[in-house]
Design a protein around this ligand. Sequence first.
Ligand code: ADP
Ligand code: F6P
Length: 319
Amino acid sequence: MKRIAVLTSGGDAPGMNAAIRAVVRAGLYSGLEVFGVSRGYYGLIYQDFLRMNSGSVADIIHRGGTILRTSRCDEFKEEAGRIRARESLRYFGINDLVAIGGNGTIQGGYKLAQLGVNVIAIPASIDNDIPGTDLAIGFDTAINTVSAAINRIRDTATSHERIFIIEVMGRRSGHIALASGLAGGAESILVPEVEFDLDKVVERLRQGLKRGKLHSIIVVAEGCCGAYALSEKIHEMTGMETKVTVLGHTQRGGTPTALDRMLASRMGKRAVDLILEGKKNRMVGFQGMKIVDVGLEKVVQGEKSIDLEICEIARILSI
Ligand code: ADP
Ligand code: F6P
């Protein structure tokens, strides 16, 4: 019986559990033996493997986090670590690995593939910064979490007629800020990909207040500029009370949305199909509402830019 392994690695993302469930169940359905690897690449190096059955993934489709646990494993960044990982897989008689994670996980998977392992990646990261896919698992849940937080902050911002700066995650990218800022009706959205002029940001605040706005919300991506430093500068320039909320890891937890569960289920099934078809070193993606697959090489060499049209729409709609 052919054996495959599945792991989750890097920052967790809501919907990873649904993806694990899909890989395990689709694999079992097709007569494969499926092993779960604990704590990502760390578990691969240290042979932390567990045989999965249908019950191992029961009652997890709606849960955030990852039942397989995850880690950031520096040892795997060294070739010696990756060779150990390959030997672990060989020891268990496995040559096909499904790696669920973000850009780092996919980089690592690509390097493992160069040592002869067949790696099929599933993109999962709240940052949504992975090339080759419109959506990564976890992004939709994260932007819903942020939008809900913006709603709450709006209430208190209006009552006190304050400016609020909300810092969101995204590492070096602005996808979360842009999507949640648009959905939350923010007055300004600051992202690392687009240079901003503080004078213009303040001018927008002033204009808004002049025409009767009771509050102003600025969504800022963590990779853009420090929210606290920005708040001080705006306070100096306007004299208005400017509060900061850093949403932090609240964005990584919580029950996955239906969209993330659907995406995870479809991607997990496709990952198993690719293995059964003998396809090598691919990432499952979602492009134009369709599940696709792209070469890992293309993914690691690619870049995912933000949609500048969304910036423009958000700017126009917040006058
Ligand atoms: P994410 O997958 O969410 O982007 P990381 O960047 O932490 O998270 O990557 C997850 C893991 O993938 C790292 O801890 C490391 O083990 C592995 N990894 C990341 N980048 C590389 C790389 N350039 N070469 C080899 N392994 C890598
Ligand atoms: O990649 C997901 C992410 O949540 C980024 O948005 C953030 O910069 C980073 O992980 C935080 O990592 P950690 O949980 O290790 O502090």
